[in-house]
Design a protein around this ligand. Structure first.
Ligand code: HSE
Length: 405
């Protein structure tokens, strides 16, 4: 019988335990192997838990127990989780994680250890919560050259923008509501500044290139400067403001990953993704495009993805490392192109007198403020245009790229 250890009994870890026992019979049938959870690691006490006999506070109980062959890491962060995952992989234990920070920062190193030790480091739950996206990318869609991925990879910011769009709430009220409902952390920086979405697009970028893309090298802008006015003018233009994480593969073989708020025209399904949901559009030379949609966060949705990995580990235990789900370390300057050379139509909102929109722009509003959407231009040209308007005495209140349909 295979023995499993769950690291962390917070929202995701407790969801993994709950879902495992709820569906144990069918999970084991699908895995084709008998298994049970032997340990749950947490520093807190859970004296009333039905699983109280499984708790340990000492990672060494797990690391040194040869019966444990599968570890589900649900702690989060890249400090203790990194040490513990590394120690488990070094012992040849298969690890599944929901921890995007860990995968985005340490993926290449942990994947290399897994390969050396003939085991697996899986992380389906790290991107898109319940949405299957990691395995489809390197299995079902493996025949494609993946040329573009774009989507909503952060549920908290999508919830905030949704409240702004549908309930006219301003940013700070919508953020407070997200915190009250338990979507946003007390310190919501990683969500609202785009770091969480950045980690996720780095993981997808690393998968499609086979090279580790590090978050600090990726242009990332969050939603803190989005005002209710922008949301409403976007509506008038026929678009929804969304935090979009994307990666484009260029003909020169390089890629441009980026995270920024964008105007998503209503013709694009991504504009309709509301609440805390996530969606990922994948374009490839065989499939044209495919959309993945579902709950991007939460206890059971994330647990579902972690357990999907655990089942895969059970099915393939002893078969060595899955080399399709891997990447290697690399100098990012060799593979990343300059994001400022990406072209988009650009939305501008300006205040000032005697202003006029550039030739070819579509005027959205021409009152106290002038709002327009330009023809396609590079980000670098949009910055020049902004500087020209500022030099002419205008106040540039917003500048947001439009996602191509
Ligand atoms: N904070 C993340 C989000 C949790 O809001 O999407 C899931 O990764």
């Amino acid at each position: 019988m295979s023995k499993i250890a769950v690291l962390g009994y917070g929202v995701v870890g407790s969801g993994v335990v709950e879902l495992f026992y709820k569906n144990k019979e069918s999970i084991l049938k699908k895995a084709g192997r008998d298994a049970d959870i032997k340990y749950i690691l947490d520093i807190r006490d859970f004296p009333d838990s039905p699983y109280r006999d499984k708790f340990t506070k000492d990672i060494n109980d797990i690391v040194n127990d040869d019966e444990v062959t599968i570890v589900a890491e649900c702690m989060g962060g890249a400090t203790f989780a990194y040490d513990f995952v590394k120690a488990c992989l070094m012992k040849g234990k298969n690890v599944s994680t929901s921890n995007k920070e860990l995968v985005a920062k340490k993926g290449a190193e942990l994947l290399a250890i897994a390969k050396e030790k003939n085991c697996n480091f899986f992380f389906e739950a790290s991107v898109g919560g319940a949405i299957p996206i990691i395995r489809p990318l390197h299995k079902c869609l493996a025949a494609n050259d993946i040329t573009y991925i774009a989507g909503i990879l952060n549920g908290t910011t999508n919830f905030i923008l949704d409240r702004m769009i549908n309930e006219n709430m301003d940013f700070s009220d919508a953020l407070s509501m997200a915190q009250k409902l338990g979507y946003a952390e007390k310190d919501p920086t990683a969500d609202i500044e785009g770091h969480d979405a950045c980690r996720k697009i780095c993981i997808l970028s690393s998968l499609i290139t086979g090279k580790h893309i590090y978050p600090e090298n990726v242009y990332t802008k969050g939603i803190t400067e989005i005002s209710l006015k922008d949301v409403k003018f976007a509506e008038k233009f026929g678009a929804a403001v969304k935090l979009i994480a994307s990666v484009r593969k260029l003909e020169n073989g390089k890629i441009i990953p980026m995270v920024m708020p964008m105007l998503v025209p209503y013709e694009n399904l991504i504009s309709r993704v509301d609440n805390v949901f996530n969606a990922v559009m994948v374009c490839g030379d065989g499939i044209d495009r495919a959309m993945f949609y579902g709950r991007g966060a939460g206890m059971l949705p994330t647990a579902s993805a972690v357990l999907g990995d655990v089942i895969e580990q059970l099915k393939t235990e002893g078969n060595g490392t899955d080399l399709a789900q891997t990447w290697v370390d690399c100098d990012n300057s060799e593979i990343l192109d300059d994001y400022k050379e990406s072209s988009f139509r650009m939305y501008f909102r300006l205040a000032g007198s005697d202003l006029s929109a550039p030739e070819g722009a579509e005027i959205v509003e021409n009152g106290d403020e002038i709002v327009f959407v330009t023809e396609k231009m590079t980000i670098s040209d949009a910055e020049k245009l902004e500087a020209d308007f500022t030099a002419a005495g205008a106040e540039v209140k917003s500048k947001i790229a439009v996602l191509e349909i």
